[in-house]
Write a protein that binds this ligand. Structure first.
Ligand code: FAD
Length: 494
């Protein structure tokens, strides 16, 4: 007999709810706990997982395997080529290992929810229980309703309710213990499972040698790294987060998104550790940096709540149906220039090159480039959403879709469509000395002063031209007017 925990986007052994429940069950029944992870190349494809993200997850499995082995718990990893075979394979493994109980943390994307609802039923028909529990949000989706009983579509009132709800239910911030050690016999009984190797990335997600070297030094993996990062951020940066978080050159944010997306740290741990540092011992009040940071982690909860309530956003539809009729441009040259960071708008180009090099982009810049794609180039925001998922190490459907919806004004709690970011003003405000631009756009490294924001309009034409930096591919003032009328026409025909 045994009990199984099935890892998915929760690649940690500390503060993992389903894993803790599985461990308790195994201990109570006096049977071993076995951990399982299924690699599904088709799932990677369906979710547009970036190769850098797949590599991060596979490397993390090694760390997890070692931590679990110290507790005499095996981590069995297997590749299942076809995603629809996963439920059958889980049942086979349960039978092979004599397990009647399996646990997992819930994922909120439509395909996963549907698959797991079926699995709960099918496993029950085979006399087995499958417990799928909420874990990835601080407040589980479905628990917060507005005065009229509906899901909030606007962040600010939702956030007030979120804070009040946590303060009234402080057990939401209680952290789960790591699993207990298996009895010694598990080692010899499951010897083969302990020896199971972690597979290489599937071909469709493989990195080149150069990329492996680069990304592995930028993104050290695993839960210990995540905890170290959180502690360092809380000691050194969180106090000034509210002043620094919008400045891409400042490195004033936590860089924990990759860990939250792969589950190498829980949102609960993040909020708990930050709250404990606040002298008020509350989520709000007290230190402004801490409050602001917690409210950002809450955005992640917000977008997951939105996804659960309006699952059609998973189906390539805008949250606001009236925005489905905008006539987007499909200009491939413009799209390519955006992807490669060659638009001639230095802040946009710096940001896209940061994404291509690191698999990460600063939040302010994500908003700037998303707005630029949708409103200056009038390109379908879904192409940008997809490009982000295919390149981000922290790619997460709910947050990415939410961010694109906000920036392109088609989502939940969006910027009004007539508020169009001016890339030049954004650049001057958030990268005033041009430090971020110089770092990522070497063609402009020698440009001094304000010309960095607009080399062709402010006297740095010679340097820009000599180094092959492109001229702007559009004129902001003109395309702004085009965007306003395209949005207006789209909405009125919707
Ligand atoms: P910090 O500023 O330290 O914030 C802490 C954590 O809070 C983050 O790690 C993240 O989990 C959460 N968070 C912060 N801001 C947001 C936000 N606006 N929405 C949701 N969660 C937030 N975030 C992702 O994790 N995955 C994505 O795929 C993603 N795509 C985005 C696309 C667009 C167009 C935009 C505008 C934003 C996107 N974000 C996404 C949100 C945000 O940009 C990143 O979470 C943030 O930049 C990560 O850096 P950090 O960990 O240093 O954040």
């Amino acid at each position: 007999d045994s009990v199984i925990h099935w890892f998915k986007m929760d690649l940690r052994h500390a503060d993992n709810r389903a894993l803790a429940l599985a461990s308790d069950k195994a201990q109570a029944a006096g049977v071993p706990l076995i951990c399982l992870y299924l690699v599904s190349p088709q799932d990677f494809e369906a979710h547009l997982r970036a190769p850098v993200r797949v590599d991060f997850m596979l490397r993390t499995l090694e760390v997890l395997k070692q931590d679990l082995a110290k507790l005499d718990i095996p981590l069995y990893v297997e590749t299942v080529e076809k995603r629809k075979k996963i439920p059958d394979r889980v049942l086979e493994l349960m039978e092979e290992w004599g397990a009647n109980h399996i646990y997992a943390n819930m994922e909120y994307e439509v395909d996963e929810l549907r698959r797991e609802a079926h699995m709960v039923r099918d496993l029950a028909e085979n006399g087995k229980s499958f417990e799928v529990v909420h874990d990835s949000c601080v407040v589980p989706p479905g628990n917060l309703a507005s005065g009229s009983g509906n899901q909030y579509a606007v962040y600010t009132p939702w956030y007030r309710t979120w804070v009040a709800h946590v303060h009234e239910n402080l057990d939401l911030l209680e952290l789960y213990d790591p699993p207990s050690k298996n009895a010694g016999a598990a080692r010899s009984k499951y010897k083969a499972l302990f020896g199971c190797p972690i597979p290489e990335a599937p071909e469709n997600k493989a990195l080149s040698d150069e990329e492996k070297k680069r990304f592995r030094s930028i993104w050290p993996c695993g839960e210990h790294e995540a905890m170290k990062r959180l502690d360092k951020f809380c000691q050194e940066l969180v106090g000034n987060y509210h002043n620094q978080r919008n400045l891409p050159a400042a490195n004033g944010t936590s860089s924990l998104s990759v860990h939250l997306a792969s589950g190498t740290i829980s949102a609960r741990t993040c909020v708990r550790v930050a709250r404990d540092r606040n002298k008020t011992k509350k989520l709000n009040g007290g230190n402004e940096g801490i409050q602001t940071w917690i409210s950002e982690v809450a955005w992640r909860d917000f977008y997951k709540h939105v996804l659960v309530h309006w699952p059609y956003i998973c189906m390539n539809k805008p949250f606001k149906p009236e925005y489905a009729n905008i006539s987007w441009s499909y200009d491939e040259d413009h799209f390519k220039a955006w992807c490669e960071g060659k638009t001639g708008f230095p802040i946009v180009d710096a940001a896209m090159r940061q994404l291509n090099h690191l698999g990460y982009m600063h939040n302010r810049c994500r908003m700037i480039v998303a707005s630029f794609l949708a409103k200056d180039l009038l390109i379908d925001w879904r192409k940008g959403e997809r490009y982000f998922m295919e390149h981000l190490v922290d790619g997460d459907f709910a947050s990415n879709n939410g961010g694109w919806g906000f920036s392109a004004s088609v989502g939940v709690d969006p910027q009004p469509y007539f508020r169009i970011f001016n890339p030049l003003l954004q650049s001057e405000k958030f990268d005033p000395d041009g430090e971020y631009i110089r770092k990522w756009v070497p063609e402009l490294a020698s440009v001094q002063g304000k010309a960095i924001h607009e080399p062709y309009g402010r006297g740095a034409e010679a340097a820009a031209k000599k180094n092959g930096y492109p001229r702007p591919i559009v004129v902001h003032k003109e395309v702004r007017e085009k965007a306003l009328s395209a949005y207006k026409d789209g909405i009125s025909s919707g």
